[in-house]
Design a protein around this ligand. Structure first.
Ligand code: HEM
Length: 143
């Protein structure tokens, strides 16, 4: 069994972890938006989201990128594939959404209403929608 196929398997495992983190993190922040600093709910969600970011969200992002780039270095023909270009464009947007969630998370921790609960609820769906596109490009390789 080739090293490449193991790297791909571990890549997909951490993709799932990253997606889970991106879908849970805004939920924790939504609870904080509905309470205020000092409240038990606010402090519990603040701690839970900090742990989620430290243990799952950030490590998963880094490992997905590291293993993805490793596969590109091992299989450089992929760099000229249209589906890989489209996939990487969506993954850059997904990484931007990650960064945005972390930055508004910090503001919410400081007690500011960085975003309305309604907007955050809508943004919470974005990673899933983007992931659908990425997986179709990565598995179907349509062009
Ligand atoms: C972060 C930057 C990423 C890079 C550089 C990257 C790169 C790659 C590469 C080179 C492969 C192997 C393709 C092949 O050999 O056919 C791969 C496979 C895969 N990637 Fe990524 N990827 C990244 C992120 C993601 C993300 C965010 C997702 C999902 C949301 C994803 C889902 C997949 C899947 C499902 C496969 C397996 C495709 C298959 O062979 O069936 N990747 N990725």
């Amino acid at each position: 069994m080739s090293l490449y196929i193991w790297i791909k398997a571990i890549h997909v495992i951490f993709v799932i972890a990253w997606m889970a983190g991106l879908l849970i993190f805004p939920r924790y922040k939504l609870h904080q938006l509905k309470s205020k600093p000092g409240d038990e709910l606010f402090e519990t969600m603040k701690d839970a989201s900090a742990r989620l970011r430290r243990i799952i969200l950030t490590p998963a992002l880094l490992i997905v990128w590291a293993l993805g780039i490793t596969m590109l270095l091992l299989n450089q023909t992929l760099l000229s594939s249209g589906w890989m270009h489209a996939k990487l464009a969506l993954v850059l947007i997904l990484s931007g959404v990650h960064g945005y969630f972390v930055s508004i998370g910090r503001k919410i921790d400081a007690g500011s209403e960085a975003v309305s609960p309604r907007t955050l609820k809508m943004l919470n769906e974005l990673p899933f929608v983007i992931m659908i596109g990425v997986v179709i490009f990565a598995v179907v390789k349509p062009f």
